[in-house]
Design a protein around this ligand. Structure first.
Ligand code: SF4
Length: 299
């Protein structure tokens, strides 16, 4: 028979889960100690029947959702049962069928975010994401630049104009797709977002992806690709193939997206010779989505 948690342990668990919720993380996993690690004491095993494994002498060993990686999520052993503790509540957008309303709830949950240091490094505003909340195709870039920071919308500068041209060349309109970034605040000096910033911000992106439920995704550039896939490989290896992508904890009825990698439009502005290669990547996406090849290739 399941035992109740020790009150002190329970309080510690409540605090930790509250902290995780504050960070936008709502899904937890039970670590499979039997197969991959030290075997639980009998009392801990009993506690695990409550849905969350707790080591007998320390804080509960919550496995935070590995939202960064579709690859990693595939090996997560099991999902903690819902409602096993009243403190493990649903995401605000859980059960909200309308993606417009769900995205609004995620935005509200993000709030005037100060979760990572980018909030105090000169950002003007948070750049959440834009586009069709029911898009079949989603583009994910690295982070906002100066124009995006000023306008509060991703990909609106010169690189954004090129992305618009790429989308148009695919036979789509910008408003047909959904566009977001790994981090939602502008890194100073247009530097790459740092690992801790990506890790802190990406749970919200994962929730956006799980809400939009695109059929296909395109990671724009190495930073986006590496963060989404948790793969540290050069672009030459990342491009030209599909990856299965499904954020952990997303709707079981959604099969997930297929993810392709291509060059970031800002890189293409610096090296236009690579546009042909990027076009090959987009053609792969068009074929998968059943989009008729347009008459003209991307400029
Ligand atoms: S980059 Fe993301 S986590 Fe960091 S402050 Fe901005 S919204 Fe918050």
């Amino acid at each position: 028979m399941a035992r109740t948690l020790d009150p002190q342990l329970r309080r510690a668990l409540v605090e930790r889960v509250r902290f995780c919720h504050e960070m936008g993380i709502y899904d937890f996993y039970r670590r499979d100690f039997d197969r991959d690690g030290p075997r639980l004491s009998e009392s801990a095993e009993n506690e695990s029947t409550a849905g969350i494994v707790a080591a007998s002498s320390s804080l509960p060993q919550l496995e935070l959702r590995e939202e960064m990686s579709a690859r990693k999520s595939a090996v997560v052993p099991s999902i903690a049962e819902k409602n096993t503790l009243e403190i493990v509540s649903s995401k605000p957008e859980s059960g909200v069928a309308d993606p417009v309303a769900a995205l609004k709830l995620i935005r509200e949950d993000l709030g005037d975010c100060t979760r990572c240091k980018l909030h105090q490094l000169g950002r003007q505003q948070i750049v959440f994401g834009v586009g069709n909340p029911r898009a079949e195709l989603m583009f994910v870039g690295e982070g906002p630049g100066a124009d995006e920071d000023a306008q509060g919308e991703p990909f609106v500068g010169r690189a954004g104009q090129l992305l618009n041209n790429m989308i148009k060349a695919m036979g789509l309109r910008r408003e047909d797709v959904y566009i977001a970034n790994i981090v939602k605040c502008r890194p100073p000096g247009n530097r790459q977002p740092e690992r801790d910033e990506c890790d802190t911000c990406s749970p919200f992106l994962m929730r956006q992806i799980a809400t939009v439920k695109p059929k296909a995704m395109v990671a724009l550039g190495a930073t986006a690709a590496k963060n989404l896939l948790a793969l540290n490989a050069p672009m030459a290896e990342l491009r030209g193939r599909w990856y299965d992508f499904k954020p952990a904890g997303s709707d079981p009825a959604w099969p997930g997206a297929r993810l392709a990698v291509t060059y970031h439009p800002a890189f293409l502005l610096r090296d236009p010779r690579q546009k042909g290669e990027a076009w090959k990547d987009l053609q792969m996406v068009m074929k998968y989505l059943g989009i008729e090849p347009p008459k003209k290739a991307a400029e």
